[in-house]
Design a protein around this ligand. Structure first.
Ligand SMILES: Cc1cc2nc3c(=O)[nH]c(=O)nc-3n(C[C@H](O)[C@H](O)[C@H](O)COP(=O)(O)O)c2cc1C
Length: 158
């Protein structure tokens, strides 16, 4: 179980072999009538659904605009992407980033966390500061750049 240095056997192997993780990031506009209460219901059912499927991430809602980061096994994420694209509670879905990489989760403890719009930059910045994985650093840098170029603001205006 342990080698002569007291290190669990296979520990190094486990560290080297990170699981393939799929992530998808998008923004969209909330349909008429989708208010904070409805978003609360979306998050409640998302948490139950995501927990059972190994999906984690964050959902930001503000000024009638959603921004969501989801990560997990590719097949589960693809299924969720299809559901999201068929969900009439939002529209104008703009895919910002998606790929499969061997890396750690950005939000390992959040089955789906609702983040206030004014905190999104902070949440992404925090994730960037604690990210050790170069793929994560690159993806977060791209998202932050995208945020700074104002797509959320312009999407929020009708
Ligand atoms: C902005 C937004 C974010 C959502 N996020 C999730 C999510 O993280 N997980 C989830 O299971 N459903 C989420 N949903 C709900 C799905 O679109 C869908 O209703 C749910 O997966 C049930 O799909 P089904 O009826 O095809 O089974 C979200 C919906 C919206 C509008």
């Amino acid at each position: 179980m342990f080698d002569e240095y007291g290190i669990p056997r296979g520990a190094e192997l486990d560290e080297a072999a990170l699981p393939a993780l799929y992530h998808y990031v998008y923004c969209s506009r909330a349909a008429d009538g989708v208010d904070d209460a409805e978003v609360g219901r979306i998050v409640g059912s998302a948490q139950r659904h995501n927990l059972a499927r190994g999906i984690t991430g964050i959902l930001v809602f503000g000024s009638g605009v959603f921004f969501q980061w989801i990560e997990g096994p590719a097949s589960q994420i693809q299924e969720l992407i299809a559901s999201l694209h068929g969900d009439s509670r939002h529209y104008d879905i703009v895919s910002l980033s998606q790929s499969e990489e061997e890396r750690e989760r950005l939000y390992p403890n959040w089955d789906m966390e609702k983040v206030e719009a004014e905190d999104i930059r902070l949440v992404l910045q925090d994730a960037l500061e604690s990210a050790e994985d170069k793929n994560n650093v690159a993806a977060l840098t791209r998202i932050l750049k995208q945020l700074d170029s104002g797509p959320l603001d312009s999407l929020g205006r009708s």
